[in-house]
Write a protein that binds this ligand. Structure first.
Ligand code: HXC
Length: 218
């Protein structure tokens, strides 16, 4: 598997994907979206003996700090709609992926980065993780499904507060709200995700795929 902005490792039935643009805090640009579409839409489904997928961010600072803001300046109403639709389509691919997908959140998960983490089936937060939807500061809304997924994860009242204030929350608060499944020491996010997938690997795979489908139908 060859991608411009993703580094992948497939070991013991676990596919680990690292979003690799650390200088831009792993912001999701068009190329990264295209890589994710190729991976989740084409390549990963063909992997034999795949038990689960982990998404993390390169470097020590960020999971993903959002959509790449530098690509926004030339948008028109029409191309902005297309950009939002592209994000929806790719995040839906992740949410509907037949194997468990876990976000290992190793730093900032902001805007589209928080939306990406929420499209995953679970989130492991490192102690340094920060979650937030700061789009309102840019005159935007979370345009990749975050308004819906945040409500599902933390409830309407708290989601509304986070969305309209752009407040950033730390890992402990994310855990308290149900946004993060676990909080682990810095650097242990991927290991914890691997531990969970290894447990899942001992269970019935078809039942797991159908469980994902049923939970998504909620
Ligand atoms: C492009 C980004 C970026 C982003 C950071 N960078 N976030 N580039 N898109 N979303 C770049 C910076 O420009 C900078 O590049 C480098 O990463 C390091 O960032 P700094 O700001 O210098 O770091 P720091 O001071 O530590 O602040 C970290 C931060 C801040 C708090 C995470 O970078 C930040 O607020 N970023 C924007 C977060 C955001 O608003 N996200 C939501 C985007 S909108 P240089 O070249 O200067 O070193 C979105 C909408 C989705 O996601 C839906 C659309 C339809």
């Amino acid at each position: 598997m060859n991608y411009k902005n993703l580094v992948t490792e497939f070991e013991n039935g676990i596919l680990t994907i690292t979003i690799n643009r650390p200088k831009a805090l792993n912001a999701l640009n068009a190329q990264t979206f295209s890589d994710l579409k190729q991976l989740f839409g084409e390549d990963a489904v063909k992997l034999e003996n795949l038990h689960g997928v982990i998404i993390t961010g390169a470097g020590s600072k960020a999971f993903v700090a959002g959509a790449d803001i530098s690509e926004f300046s030339s948008l028109t109403a029409e191309t902005a709609k297309e950009l939002s639709q592209r994000g929806h389509d790719i995040f839906n691919l992740i949410e509907r992926f037949p194997k468990v997908v876990i976000a290992a959140v190793n730093g900032f998960a902001l805007g589209g980065g928080c939306e990406l983490a929420m499209a995953c089936h679970m989130r492991i937060a490192g102690e340094k993780a920060r979650f937030g939807q700061p789009e309102i500061n840019l005159g935007l809304i979370p345009g990749y499904g975050g308004t819906q997924r945040l409500v599902q994860l933390v409830g309407k009242g708290k989601a509304m507060e986070l969305l309209v204030t752009a407040d950033m929350i730390n890992a402990d608060e994310a855990y308290r709200l149900g946004l993060a499944n676990h909080v682990v020491p810095i650097g242990e996010e991927v290991a914890k995700a691997k531990e969970i997938i290894s447990k899942i690997a001992t269970k019935a795979p078809i039942a797991i795929t159908n469980t994902i489908k049923c939970v998504n139908a909620y």
